[in-house]
Design a protein around this ligand. Structure first.
Ligand code: MN
Length: 225
C-alpha cells in the first residue's frame, strides 16, 4: 500500500529571527487605492472592499528565481502591504483589529491579467487569474504594526513602475480586517494582501521585480527566460 503523502506548512521568514511565520490562508483586497481603482475602470467613491484568496503554498521568498507562469501573455505586478495575524475571530470591530496583527511585509500580488479580464467578462471565478503557483511573493515579516503612512513602491529591472503611499489606502488595515472577518473566521497564520496603488503593469520573461515598503525588508524575484 502506498504511504499517505506528507506535506509541509508554508512559512514566511521573520526579520531578525530564526523563527518562521506559518501560513494558514492568504486573503487579498481587490481595490484599495483610489488611483488604482480608477486605472481599473472603477469608482473609488462608491465601492466597498471585496476579497479573493490565494493558496497558502503560493508564497515565494526574496531571492527566488521563478518559472514564468503558464497560460498567460500578460503577467502583471501589484505591490502591496501584507499583514500576518497572530489572532483571529469573526465580526472583529475595527478598533480591536490591530491587536490581531503579528507583523507586516511587502508582497507582490502576481496576476494573470488576461485571464482575469476573461473571467470578469464571462462572470467566471478569478482563481486561475490570481491563485496560481508562485503567485504570492512576500518579503520577511517585520514584527509589530504597519505604519499608517510611508512609501510603497516597485521596480522592474530597476525602473520604477509603482510608487505610492500607505496613507492613500481607501480602507485602513484595521477596516480591512474588520470587513473580512464578517465573511470568514480569521485565524493565526492568515496573511492579508491589502491592495495596490496605481502603476500595475506587465512583467516580461527574464525580468527582475523588486518590491519595497517603509519599515520592511524588500522582496526581489527574477523570472526565468
Ligand atoms: Mn492586488
Amino acid at each position: 500500500m502506498v504511504e499517505v503523502p506528507r506535506i509541509s506548512v508554508p512559512s514566511v521568514p521573520i526579520s531578525g529571527s530564526e523563527l518562521k511565520f506559518p501560513v494558514r490562508r492568504i486573503y487579498c483586497v481587490g481595490r484599495n487605492y483610489a488611483d488604482h481603482t480608477r486605472e481599473m475602470g472603477g469608482d473609488p467613491e462608491r465601492e466597498l472592499p471585496f476579497f479573493f484568496s490565494k493558496p497558502a503554498d503560493a508564497v515565494v521568498f526574496s531571492g527566488w528565481r521563478l518559472p514564468f507562469p503558464a497560460r498567460t501573455s500578460d503577467l502583471q505586478h501589484e505591490v502591496e502591504l501584507v499583514v500576518g495575524l497572530h489572532r483571529g475571530g469573526t465580526n472583529i470591530p475595527a478598533v480591536d483589529a490591530s491587536s490581531m496583527i503579528y507583523g507586516y511585509a511587502v508582497g507582490i500580488d502576481l496576476t494573470r491579467r488576461d485571464l482575469q479580464a476573461e473571467a470578469k467578462k464571462t462572470g467566471r471565478p478569478w482563481d486561475m487569474a490570481k491563485g496560481f503557483d508562485h503567485s504570492a511573493p512576500i518579503g520577511a515579516l517585520t514584527r509589530g504594526l504597519p505604519p499608517a503612512s510611508g512609501a510603497i513602491s516597485l521596480t522592474v529591472d530597476g525602473e520604477v513602475r509603482q510608487s505610492g503611499d500607505l496613507k492613500d489606502m481607501i480602507w485602513s488595515v484595521s477596516e480591512v480586517i474588520a470587513a473580512l472577518s464578517t465573511y470568514v473566521q480569521l485565524a493565526p497564520g492568515d496573511l492579508i494582501f491589502t491592495g495596490t496603488p496605481a502603476g500595475v503593469g506587465a512583467i516580461r520573461r527574464g525580468a527582475t521585480v523588486r518590491g519595497m515598503l517603509v519599515g520592511a525588508e524588500p522582496i526581489e524575484i527574477t523570472f526565468e527566460l
